[in-house]
Design a protein around this ligand. Structure first.
Ligand code: WQD
Length: 339
C-alpha cells in the first residue's frame, strides 16, 4: 500500500529536498504549493533525481476550500509535513501582518484537515527562532522560550501552541515539531537548491549571488556583537540533512502505537559566525568575496546554536554533511543557475 504524504510548500527550498528523501525512503509525497517561493521546473528536477513523476497541486494553503478539495481526492493519507510559510526573519519585521496571516492561517487550514480526513501523522516546520533572545548561546529543547525577536519567530511560537492545543483534542494524533536551525546548501546533484525570489533575505544565497556577480557586495549585518569576531553566530546545517530529519521523524511517528507530541532541535551543534562562514566559503570554493560590515539587522539574535542530542536519541538523526560540503554544494547550485 502506498504511503501518501502531503507536503505543503513541497516545491520550496526545504520542501523539495524533503520530497526527494521521502521518495527515496519509499513514501509517495504529494506536493501542495502556490509556488510563491519556487518555480514549476523544480518538479522536473525532482523527477530527474528520483526517477519518478511527482504530483503537485497549485494551491495556497490559506484557501481551505481548495486545500480540502485536493485532499478529498486521496483515499488514505498517511501524514502531512507542513512547510508552507513565509520564513525570512528580516522581512517579517517589515511585514508582520503578512507573516501572521499566512503562517498562522495556513496552519489552521492544515490542522482542520488533519481532523476532517482523520490523518494521524503530522510533522511541523518549526524554527530555532522560537527561542528568541536566548539566555545561553546553545539551546536544548527545554531552553526557555524567550520573547520573540521577530514576527517570524512569533508565528512559530504561536504555531507550536496551536498544534499542541489541537493535539490535546485528539485521541490518536502523533505530532513532531522540528525546530530548524539554519538550512544552507543544495542537493549534491546541483539539480535542486534555494531559489530566493528577488533580493535574498538569507545569508547563504546572498553570498553565492555576490560570488557570482549578481550582487555587488555582501553587507555583514553587525560587527559589534559580543562574539569572538563581532559577527552573529548561527548553526548552519546542510539542507539534505534537514530533509532526512523529516523522513526519520515520520518513520518514528509511524512506529509509535500511542498518541504523541514531541519537538526536536535539528542543528549541527556547532556555532559559526558570519565572518567564519564567509571565509570558509572563500576557502572551499577558491574565490574572494566582496563584503563590508554594516549595521545590525532588526530582529536578529546575537548567537544561537543547537544541542542536538535529543534528535540523535529519539529519531537517530545526526548531520552527515559537513559545513564545507554545504558551502561547496551551495556554490555548485548557484553556478548552475542561468538567471
Ligand atoms: C543569518 C545571519 C544575519 C543576510 C534563518 C531563517 C529562519 C530560520 C533560522 C528556519 C544573521 C546575517 C544575513 C545578509 C548578513 N530557519 N546576514 N547579511 O535570520 O538566522 O534565520 O534561520 O526556520 O527561517 O530565515 O538567517 O540567513 O537571514 O541570517 O550578515 O545579507 O547572517 O544578520 O546573523 P536567520 P539569515
Amino acid at each position: 500500500m502506498e504511503k501518501i504524504v502531503i507536503v505543503t510548500g513541497g516545491a520550496g527550498y526545504i520542501g523539495s529536498h524533503t520530497v526527494v528523501e521521502l521518495f527515496l525512503a519509499g513514501y509517495t509525497p504529494i506536493i501542495i504549493d502556490d509556488f510563491r517561493n519556487s518555480k514549476p521546473w523544480i518538479l522536473d528536477r525532482i523527477t530527474q533525481i528520483v526517477g519518478k513523476e511527482i504530483t503537485a497541486h497549485t494551491v495556497d494553503c490559506q484557501n481551505e476550500l481548495a486545500f480540502n478539495e485536493v485532499l478529498s481526492t486521496y483515499k488514505a493519507i498517511y501524514g502531512i509535513i507542513h512547510f508552507a510559510a513565509d520564513k525570512a526573519v528580516g522581512e517579517s519585521v517589515n511585514q508582520p501582518i503578512k507573516y501572521y496571516q499566512n503562517n498562522i492561517g495556513s496552519l489552521c487550514v492544515v490542522l482542520n484537515a488533519l481532523k476532517k480526513f482523520d490523518i494521524k501523522n503530522f510533522v511541523f516546520s518549526s524554527s530555532c527562532t522560537v527561542y528568541g533572545e536566548t539566555l545561553t548561546p546553545v539551546v536544548t529543547e527545554e531552553s526557555p522560550i524567550m520573547p520573540p525577536a521577530s514576527p517570524y519567530g512569533d508565528t512559530k511560537i504561536i504555531g507550536e501552541r496551536i498544534i499542541q492545543n489541537y493535539w490535546k483534542t485528539t485521541s490518536d494524533a502523533k505530532v513532531m515539531l522540528l525546530r530548524y536551525f539554519n538550512p544552507i546548501g543544495a542537493h549534491p546533484s546541483a539539480l535542486i537548491g534555494e531559489l530566493p525570489q528577488g533580493i535574498p533575505n538569507n545569508l547563504m544565497p546572498y553570498i553565492t549571488q555576490t560570488a557570482k556577480g549578481k550582487r555587488d557586495s555582501l553587507t555583514v549585518f553587525g560587527g559589534d556583537y559580543h562574539t569572538p569576531d563581532g559577527t552573529a553566530i548561527r548553526d548552519y546545517i546542510h539542507v539534505s540533512d534537514l530533509a532526512i530529519a523529516h523522513v526519520k521523524a515520520l518513520t518514528y511517528l509511524e512506529k509509535s502505537s500511542t498518541k504523541l507530541f514531541d519537538y526536536l532541535n535539528i542543528g549541527s551543534g556547532k556555532g559559526t559566525s558570519v565572518l567564519e562562514l564567509i571565509k570558509t566559503f572563500e576557502e572551499v570554493n577558491h574565490l574572494k568575496l566582496n563584503y563590508q560590515i554594516g549595521n545590525r539587522r532588526p530582529g536578529d539574535v546575537e548567537q544561537i546554536f543547537a544541542n542536538a542530542d535529543k534528535a540523535k536519541k529519539i529519531i537517530d538523526w545526526t548531520c552527515k554533511f559537513s559545513l564545507k560540503d554545504a558551502l561547496l554544494h551551495a556554490w555548485e547550485w548557484e553556478k548552475s543557475l542561468t538567471t
